[in-house]
Ligand binder design. Sequence first.
Ligand code: F0G
Length: 406
Amino acid sequence: MKLKCISCSREYPIDEMIYYCKSCNDLLEVVYDTSEFEKKASSSDWRRLPLSVWRYHPFLPFKDGATRIALNEGGTGLHKCERLAAFLGLKTIHIKNEGENPTGSFKDRGMTVGVSKALELGVSWVICASTGNTSASLAAYAARAGLKRIVLIPSGKVAYGKLAQAMMCGAQVVQVKGNFDEALEMVMDLAERYKDVYLLNSVNPFRLEGQKTLAFEVCEQLGHVPDWIVVPVGNAGNISAIWKGLQESKSLGYISKLPRMVGVQAAGAAPIAEAFEKGSSEIKFIEKPETIATAIRIGAPQSWKKALKAIHESNGLATKVTDEEILSAQGSMAKLEGIFVEPASATPVAAAKNLIRNGTIKKDDEVVCVATGHGLKDPDVITKFFEKPIEVEADIKALEHILGLS
Ligand code: F0G
C-alpha cells in the first residue's frame, strides 16, 4: 500500500502527509497490490458485516485495529424507481440515495476515512474549502474525533442547511469573498505552510478511498453491474473514486464487467463536459462558474484528469444540463418517487432524460443515478422556484372550496 502520482508514477510512503507529487505537482492516489487485498479480505469476516463504508475495511488504507471515526455512513438505499423509469422511457432506473448518509451527503463516506487518517497522523486541525456539503461533513466527523476544524466557503453561495450544519458542529466558518476555486487555493496554501493542519478536500487521496465504497455497494445491492452509472461532477473527486472502486472490484474478481460512467455538470460550470465534447485531453477552467446547483458551482475542478480518465476508460461520457433541466428533474424525483434531493443531485436524472431522448441510453439499459445530497440541504431553492402552498381561512367551507369538493 502506497501513494502514487497519477502522472509521473513517483511513489511515496502511505503515511507521508502529502497531497501533490513533489516532482510534477500532480495528484496522488492510494495503490495496493491485489494480493494485499486478497490477504486482508480472506483473513476477515467482512462479508458478514452490514452494508456500510467499513464493511469494506480490507480495501481501505488502514492497519487492523486502527481507530475509526464513524457515524454509520454508507449502506444507503439503492431504490428501484418504476414510475420515474416509465416517465423517462426506460425499463428500470435505480437511484442510489446518498442523502441517507449521517450528514445528508456522500461526503460522509470520504470523511469517515479522511478524519480517521487525520487522527492516525496526529494533527490538531482539519480544514477544507467547500460549496457546503464537505464543510458539513468535516465539521461533524472532526467533532466526533475531537479535532479542531476550519471551513472556508464562498460568501453567500452556500445553501443554508449546509452552513447551519457546519456552524452547529463547531467549525470555524470563514466566508471568502470569492468563489470555491479561490477558497480552495487558500486552504491548499495554508496546509502547505502549517504541518499541523490536514487538508480534507478531495485532493486528499484518502477521502476518495472512502468514496470508492459506493461502487462496491451498488454492485452488491444490484447483484450485478449496471450498464451506466451517472454521477454529478463538481471538483471531480467522486466520479474518480467510484471508478477506482469499480476497477478494484473487477481486479478482485467480484464483478466481471465495468459500467459506462457519465459525468454530469451544470451548464454554467462545465469545463469537463466541454473538454469531453471537444475531444480535448486538456480542460479550460471557467473563471466565473454559475448555476443554481451551488454544490457543483466549480470552474477549476482539481480532479479533472482522474475524471476524464474514468470517463474515457469506461467508454462513458461527460455532459451538461441547464438549471431548468435540473429543477425539472428535482421535481420529478420528488413527485414520482418521494426522493427529495438537492439541485446538484438531480443532474444525473436530468442528463439521463437527454441521453435517452438522443438514443445514447437505450430503453433496456440499466441505469444507476447517484443522488449525492439531501433536498433539505437547500430549502431556499424550493421556496424560490417551486409552487408555494395555498392559504385558506380557518373554515371548513373555504377548505372544501379550495379542494374542489363543493
Ligand atoms: N453533489 C453534491 C451534493 C456535492 O456537494 C458535490 C460536491 C458534488 C455532487 C460533486 O462532487 O466535487 O466530487 O465532483 N461538493 C463539494 C463540497 C465540492 O464542497 O461540498 P465532486
